[in-house]
Design a protein around this ligand. Structure first.
Ligand code: 5RP
Length: 225
């Protein structure tokens, strides 16, 4: 098992799922653990669960685990389950380590309740890691310049298994933008100023107002924040 913390957080989140529920399904390894556990429960209890996935990864993991894949045209998720890369003491989050931040933010905003599941190693006092930003490839040069003017150190994300930049499920690039430490008061303001730059599709800042609950797991315990 990759991390007991991730597993324990995913296991507690499973208890929030009810028969007939429509879920928003985030992306990443913790969400994949959650989907595998959900699949076992669906089979065991003969449940019907619907889900709106946020990436090809979670789309295929949902199908493998008997979750009925639906979209936001006809369905409004009751509960969104997603992972995060960093969670601060006020529940502000940074997401997008897997490059799925735009669809994750859309599905989170469309959902009635958002629950983040993480290994407790992701908990920090203040956000400090580089913020993933999805950008239209055509706008890359202009957007980088504007982000630097806002004070960020900007790196174009490169992946493995392909030369050149990472290309998201939406066909865009990801810039990892280091703004240093983000105080709680600066989180929303930073999100807003980043979003105002033309050519940026979305940022990986998920302010606390979007998050209803965080479940943090360790090797031998789990807790709600
Ligand atoms: C993908 C994400 C993920 O939720 C985040 O990167 C956490 O991933 P993991 O559960 O693998 O640690 O935001 O865009």
């Amino acid at each position: 098992m990759a991390s007991n913390g991730k597993y324990n957080a995913a296991k507690l989140a499973l208890e929030l799922v009810k028969d007939g529920m429509v879920l928003g399904i985030g992306s990443g390894s913790t969400v994949e653990i959650f989907l595998n556990l959900l699949g076992e429960r669906i089979k065991r209890e003969d449940m019907e669960v619907y889900g709106v996935p946020t990436s090809y990864q979670s789309y295929y993991a949902a199908i493998r685990n008997r979750v009925r894949v639906v979209d936001l045209v006809e369905y409004e998720p009751e509960l969104c389950i997603d992972g995060a890369d960093q969670v601060d003491a006020k529940m502000n989050c940074i997401k997008g380590g897997g490059g799925a931040l735009t669809r994750e933010k859309i599905v989170a905003k469309a959902s009635k309740k958002v629950v983040i599941i993480v290994d407790e190693g992701k908990l920090v006092e203040k956000l400090s890691m580089p913020i993933p930003v999805e950008v239209l490839p055509f706008a890359y040069g202009y957007v980088s310049k504007k982000l630097k003017e806002l004070g960020a150190e900007v790196k174009l994300r490169h992946g493995s298994g392909k030369v050149g930049p990472v290309v998201t499920d939406n066909g865009n690039f990801v810039l990892d933008c280091d703004f240093g430490v983000l105080e709680d008061e600066a989180v929303e303001e930073t999100e807003e100023s980043v979003k105002l730059i033309t050519g940026i599709v979305e940022s990986g800042i998920f302010p606390k107002k979007m998050i209803d609950q965080v479940i943090a797991g360790s090797s031998n315990s789990t807790r709600f924040l």
